[in-house]
Design a protein around this ligand. Structure first.
Ligand SMILES: *Cc1c(COP(=O)(O)O)cnc(C)c1O
Length: 405
């Protein structure tokens, strides 16, 4: 049987990123399977009573229970860590399990954190509603404004949290500048990298400490499973995240881990192709809609920053229509090809009205502050022919009486 080298860092570190995506983390059973196996098992058995004793004591390697370790999950964790350039990674049950764990595993009562206000709706629910119940204070700032981050720092500030590009307004945050500021004050920086993924942006290379993922999105890439991941130093993962996770149970199913593992093999191809399609579609909308929020267009105010920290601007962007919620819903209802769906990162193009879906749990004030207006629509561009997407958007805008500005 040919040995699988995917878990051997002395070998995988030498691989370039496309090779890491296809083979990183692989772990073969004695059958020598070429496609990674799905280990659907909750427990493990041992040849003698001393073995589990040694494993529980941390004196011998090996699995003990799938809340803590599972071969399929471990393959995914090692592959994501390699692709991210991180020392370690732990898979999580969903993207929100990753975001909430990345915060809760390192914050205590009396601490303070700062969040960029444009963020995934449930992330803001955690920072605005859940953390205060445990006496953890949070200040929301305009993440694009470095002075706002600096002004929000208190003596007890422990964490900066932001996503870039941010959902759904596509704000871009300067990872290097915000991380340098944080580190001058001993603050840890967590970046939600779900929109870009390691294929387009590696936050650790720009100074971030922890990268958290909704693997549900581009990493699976085909809209099949919920999954998440947190990456960081081995010390952070082993001393902060792992004790929290193994005792609270945010564990990913081995089946879902396997689906994402296979998705990663095509991540780079998909991310670049979908980003290119998104640019083509956005170029069609430019001039036809009042506001186009696409960081890949030279007209975007943060275009230079996008070029400095991203390989491409990604597959999701937003735009507004005149006429508020009624007009936005009329456009969605007129679509013939693009699905009405609040998911993103699928090979199928999807569109949603954030104010009534992904960001509906927020107060109207928070939505207004984030720029989530009633006329805002978000599109996640897939792998269809972009000309068919343009045809669909064109006919939907005209059926809604819009788009001939
Ligand atoms: C979807 C998403 C999440 C949450 O992921 P789930 O898997 O749905 O829990 C978090 N952050 C961002 C940016 C997302 O797009």
């Amino acid at each position: 049987m040919k040995r699988s080298t995917g878990q051997d860092r002395s070998i995988t570190q030498k691989w370039r990123s496309a090779t890491r995506a296809v083979r990183g983390g692989s772990w073969r059973s004695e059958q020598g399977e070429t496609s990674e196996a799905i280990y659907l098992t909750s427990g493990y058995s041992y040849d003698d009573a001393e073995t589990p004793a040694a494993r529980f004591a941390g004196q011998a390697p090996g699995m003990t229970y799938s809340r803590t370790q599972n071969p399929s999950v471990q393959m995914l964790e090692e592959r994501i860590a390699l692709m991210e350039g991180a020392e370690a990674c732990r898979a999580q049950a969903s993207g929100m399990a990753a975001m909430s764990s990345a915060m809760l595993c390192q914050l205590s009562a009396g601490d303070h954190m700062v969040v960029a206000r444009a963020a995934f709706g449930p992330t803001r629910w955690v920072t605005d509603n859940l953390l205060p119940r445990f006496a953890i204070a949070c200040t929301a700032v305009d993440g694009r404004d470095l002075d706002a981050w600096a002004d929000a720092i208190r003596p007890n500030t422990k964490l900066f949290f932001f996503e870039t590009p941010a959902n759904p307004t596509m704000d871009i945050i300067d990872i290097r500048a915000v991380s340098d500021l944080a580190h001058r004050h001993g603050i840890t920086v967590v970046v939600d990298n779900a929109f870009a993924t390691s294929a387009l942006q590696r936050p650790l290379e720009h100074g971030a400490d922890v990268v958290a993922y909704a693997a549900t999105k581009m990493m699976d890439g085909q809209g099949r499973v919920l999954a998440g991941a947190v990456c960081g130093t081995a010390d952070f993962i082993n001393t902060k995240l792992l004790p929290f996770q193994r005792n609270t149970g945010n564990t990913l199913s081995p089946f879902n881990a396997w689906v994402v593992l296979k998705g990663l093999e095509t991540l780079e191809l998909r991310a670049h192709a979908q980003a290119a399609n998104a640019l083509t579609v956005a170029a069609f909308l430019e001039g036809r809609v009042p506001h186009l929020l696409h960081p890949g267009l030279p007209s975007h105010p943060q275009h230079a920053l996008v070029q400095a920290q991203m390989k491409a601007a990604g597959s999701v962007f937003s735009f507004t229509v005149d006429g508020g919620r009624k007009a936005a819903m009329a456009v969605l209802n007129a679509l013939e090809l693009i699905d009405i769906s609040n998911n993103i990162g699928d090979t199928k193009s999807l569109m949603t009205h954030p104010a009534s879906t992904t960001h509906s749990s927020l107060t109207p004030e928070t939505r207004a502050e984030m720029g989530v207006t009633e006329g805002l629509l978000r599109i996640s561009v897939g792998l269809e022919d972009p000309l068919d997407l343009i045809d669909d958007l064109g006919q939907a805008l005209s059926q809604a009486g819009l788009g001939s500005r």
